[in-house]
Design a protein around this ligand. Structure first.
Ligand SMILES: [Zn+2]
Ligand SMILES: [Zn+2]
Length: 267
């Protein structure tokens, strides 16, 4: 199997938007049937080119919520997903499926909406069938002013979920049951709590309640307390160590900008 994920940005939040100390381009998820770009934040198109990926192969666009580190480059990514704009009759070639919240759609221009084959207005609990995948919206507890969802893919032989920005809540663990791989947005280290995001100490008991235990956990979307203007050191290695010592998850991998991970190595 050649399925893989490519980290186009391991940073999250406004400090990394400004500094790009950690990039904010989102994640590409490639399977043998489609290429999805999840949360193309600022610089997504730059990172695609920097890391040698092909934007014209993207046919699924996912924006989990209308925060700028998640949606900023969506119009660019839609436009970059094709070599040819017009068919021989000068009609715009429609390609690709956008899956996002209704409040994100106001930031996708009509010009770019018209390039798409399909727009799917999505929320937690929704299920959408796309080629060989069942795509499920998972719940988030994030910003009460915006809609949002995490996204879980059920594919031939494995399942993978992207938590999006969230805190923990009753039911957090259950929605990841029977899951192989979780990509977790972990903004903050240790017990530096936040009203909208996770920190390590809060999430550990919830990771331990996922049944059966995950095969792999990928950590990403690190904020400025984790590694940036509000931390004196890079806290990521110590958080990986803490999670290894306090959970029974077999593999825990911290995202780095440009990191490419084969799904086969996570199962
Ligand atoms: Zn974010
Ligand atoms: Zn957010």
């Amino acid at each position: 199997m050649d399925d893989e994920i490519i980290i186009l940005g391991s940073g999250g939040g406004r400090h990394h938007i400004r500094t790009q100390k950690r990039a904010t381009g989102g994640i590409i998820f490639k399977t043998n049937e489609f290429q999805a770009h999840i949360d193309p934040g600022p610089g997504a198109i730059v990172r695609i080119n920097q890391y040698g990926e092909d934007p014209t192969k993207t046919d699924v666009f996912i924006v989990t919520h209308v925060h700028i580190d998640h949606f900023n480059d969506i119009n660019v990514i839609i436009e970059a997903s094709r070599n040819d704009f017009y068919d021989k009759d000068r009609n715009i070639i429609q390609k690709g499926t956008l899956i996002t919240t209704s409040d994100t759609l106001q930031y996708v221009s009509n010009y770019h909406k018209n390039m798409l084959e399909k727009v799917v207005c999505f929320k937690a609990g929704d299920i959408y069938h796309y080629k060989n995948a069942i795509i499920i919206g998972t719940r988030v507890l994030h910003d009460p002013k915006v809609e949002g969802f995490g996204i879980r893919f059920e594919l031939d032989g494995y399942s993978i979920a992207f938590s999006s920005d969230t805190m923990v809540f009753d039911g957090f663990s259950e929605q990841f049951s029977k899951l192989n791989i979780l990509v977790l947005n972990l903004l903050r280290p240790d017990s530096i709590t936040c009203k909208r995001h996770l920190c390590t100490d809060e999430v550990i008991p919830f990771l331990n309640k996922i049944e059966p235990p995950l095969d792999s956990l990928i950590l990403t979307h690190f904020g400025s307390f984790m590694d940036g203007s509000r931390s004196s050191i890079n806290n990521v290695p110590s958080q990986v160590q803490k999670l290894k010592e306090n959970t029974i998850i077999k593999k825990i991998i911290p995202a780095e900008d440009g990191l490419k991970i084969k799904i086969d190595d996570l199962l």
